[in-house]
Design a protein around this ligand. Structure first.
Ligand SMILES: Nc1ncnc2c1ncn2[C@@H]1O[C@H](COP(=O)(O)OP(=O)(O)OP(=O)(O)O)[C@@H](O)[C@H]1O
Length: 278
């Protein structure tokens, strides 16, 4: 079943079109990442799907409803983690989570949510005293407290230290395993690779590539680069299948400590796609 269905989505600000005919399908239970450079239209698209922004044109169905007209019941099925929210700074972490929990029919227990995002030690601290990364963790807690069927995460791990990022990835995997559909925007390609079942690259308001992290932009068939040193001289070859060359090198007198086989990373592929579509 489809969680998000978008056809021909368009949005302009003051006559300048920033979303220019986006089609998107996200299946229920899928973790989908939306990538793209600053200003590509990711937040605008996400906000339209959340019902926070009007579209100019196109068809949008989110959990079977049009977010432009859907009501409170629909809203309660959705979780949102916005970029940089800064409200209710005088409440404590527990008070804030409890407050939000009150809006949902079947919220997660407050202590459980705080534990899931790793804020136990800060549960009685006022929000204004949290660090940037801790504040983002609280945003994530607020997004998941209502047990959403669909969770929107707009750059959720900005400002997280590496440990917090990995904790967050574990949490997303747990939510996905429970069946939560997740739409994630991120600038961290390793995050998209770690989490997403599928991803799309948005550039200047259009989707320029869509696929699995392993297959995006022909990545799976892009071949490998083999590099090695022989008699003090560096050699490098781009090959479709590295096996024959590796066998040859193993049989020859090659310094194996310098031998590397690399495939294009998701970041290489992404940068190529963005460069080609600029
Ligand atoms: N409220 C607004 N009024 C006018 N222009 C806007 C508004 N919001 C966004 N824009 C413009 O629309 C374009 C797309 O912005 P958007 O925030 O959707 O991009 P993004 O892909 O989310 O970028 P980032 O990665 O920087 O968050 C940008 O050029 C931005 O300046």
């Amino acid at each position: 079943m489809t969680a998000i269905e978008v056809r021909g989505l368009r949005k302009a600000y003051k006559g300048h079109e920033v979303v220019r005919g986006v089609d998107l399908d996200v299946a229920r239970g899928e973790v989908f990442a939306l990538l793209g450079p600053n200003g590509a239209g990711k937040t605008t698209t996400t906000e339209i799907l959340e019902g926070h922004r009007r579209r100019d044109d196109g068809e949008v169905r989110v959990l079977g409803a049009d977010p432009g007209t859907a009501g409170a019941d629909w809203r309660a099925r959705i979780g949102i983690v916005l970029q940089d929210t800064d409200d209710a700074a005088d409440l404590t972490v527990t008070e804030m989570v409890k407050h939000l929990a009150g809006f949902y029919p079947e919220p997660r227990p407050v202590a459980e949510v705080i534990g899931l995002v790793g804020l136990q030690e800060k549960r009685n601290s006022r929000i204004r005293t949290l660090s940037g990364g801790q504040r983002r963790r609280l945003d994530v807690a607020l997004g998941i407290v209502g047990r959403p069927e669909l969770l929107f995460l707009d750059e959720p791990t900005t400002g997280f230290d590496p440990e917090a990022r990995h904790l967050f990835w574990d949490l997303i995997r747990e939510l996905a395993a429970e069946g939560t559909t997740i739409l994630l925007t991120t600038h961290y390609l390793e995050e998209a690779e770690a989490l997403a079942d599928r991803l799309a690259v948005l550039s200047a308001g259009r989707i320029v590539a869509e696929g699995t992290p392993a297959g995006l932009g022909g990545r799976a068939s892009a071949g490998s680069r083999v590099t090695w040193h022989e008699n003090g001289v560096q050699h490098s070859e781009q090959v479709t299948d590295p096996a024959p060359l590796l066998r040859k090198l193993l049989a020859a007198d090659v310094d194996l400590t310098t031998l590397t086989v690399t495939r294009p990373t998701l970041e290489d592929t992404y940068l190529n796609l963005i460069g080609a579509n600029r």
